[in-house]
Write a protein that binds this ligand. Structure first.
Ligand code: GRF
Length: 203
C-alpha cells in the first residue's frame, strides 16, 4: 500500500517510519513526503532515504480551500491510500477530511482527549499531571478529536521541563506510530461509523 507522510518540521516520526520501512516492519511504501515548508528538516531525511519530496507552500494559494484541493490532488495522483500526518502544522478543511475519510492518521502529543491543540507538554506540567503521553488517532473534522487507536504513557517527574518531557514522549511516538501505520497497511485497521476498529473489534 502506498502512503504519503505530511510534515512541517523536524520529521523524527517520519524517520521512525523510514526506519520501519527499511527494516521490513512496514507493509507499505512511503510514496512521497509532502511539506508546507521548504526548510523542514524532514525533507532532508526523506531525500537521504531516496523518497520523493514535494513542497506545497501556503503562499502559492489564495485560501485554505484552494490549498487543500491542490494537496489532495497531489496525494491522489501519487496513488496513496493512506495519509500519515507527522507534525503537519496546518488545519485541514472539512472538505479535505471528507475526501480522505478513514484514510488519515495523526499523532498528537497528549493522552487524548486531554490537551487537544498546542503546547501539550507545558499544559501537562502546569496541571501537575503524574502521567503524560501520546495518541495515534484517525483524523476527523474535529481537531485532535478523531477516534484514538493507540496511546503510549510516560511518567512526569518533578524536575521535568517541557523539553525533557517532549523528548520522553517522542521516544514513545517513534515506537507506536510505525506500529499503527503498519496495522493500517495490513488491512487490520479501519474507521467505521465514527469508530476505530482493529481486527474487526471496536477499540
Ligand atoms: C510530534 O510530537 C507529534 O506528536 C506532533 O508533532 C510532533 C512532530 O515531531 N504532532 P517530528 O517532526 O515528527 O519530530
Amino acid at each position: 500500500m502506498k502512503l504519503v507522510v505530511l510534515i512541517s518540521g523536524n520529521g523524527s516520526n517520519l524517520q521512525a517510519l523510514i526506519d520501519a520501512q527499511q527494516a521490513g516492519r512496514l507493509r507499505g511504501e512511503i510514496a512521497a513526503v509532502i511539506s508546507n515548508r521548504a526548510d523542514a528538516y524532514g525533507l532532508q531525511r526523506a531525500s537521504e532515504a531516496g523518497i520523493a519530496t514535494r513542497v506545497i507552500p501556503a503562499q502559492d494559494y489564495a485560501d485554505r480551500a484552494a490549498y487543500d484541493i491542490a494537496l489532495g490532488d497531489v496525494i491522489e495522483a501519487l496513488g496513496a491510500e493512506l495519509i500519515v500526518m507527522a507534525g503537519f502544522m496546518r488545519i485541514l478543511t472539512p472538505e479535505f477530511v471528507q475526501r480522505f475519510a478513514g484514510h488519515m492518521l495523526n499523532i498528537h502529543p497528549s493522552l487524548l482527549p486531554k490537551y487537544q491543540g498546542m503546547n501539550t507538554h507545558q499544559r501537562a506540567l502546569a496541571a501537575g499531571d503524574a502521567e503524560h503521553g501520546t495518541s495515534v488517532h484517525f483524523v476527523t473534522e474535529e481537531l485532535d478529536g478523531g477516534p484514538v487507536i493507540l496511546q503510549a504513557k510516560v511518567p512526569v517527574f518533578a524536575e521535568d521541563d517541557a523539553e525533557i518531557l517532549a523528548e520522553r514522549v517522542q521516544t514513545q511516538e517513534h515506537c507506536i506510530y510505525p506500529l499503527v501505520v503498519n496495522w493500517f497497511c495490513c488491512g487490520r485497521l479501519a474507521l467505521r461509523d465514527g469508530q476505530a476498529w482493529l481486527d474487526q473489534q471496536p477499540l
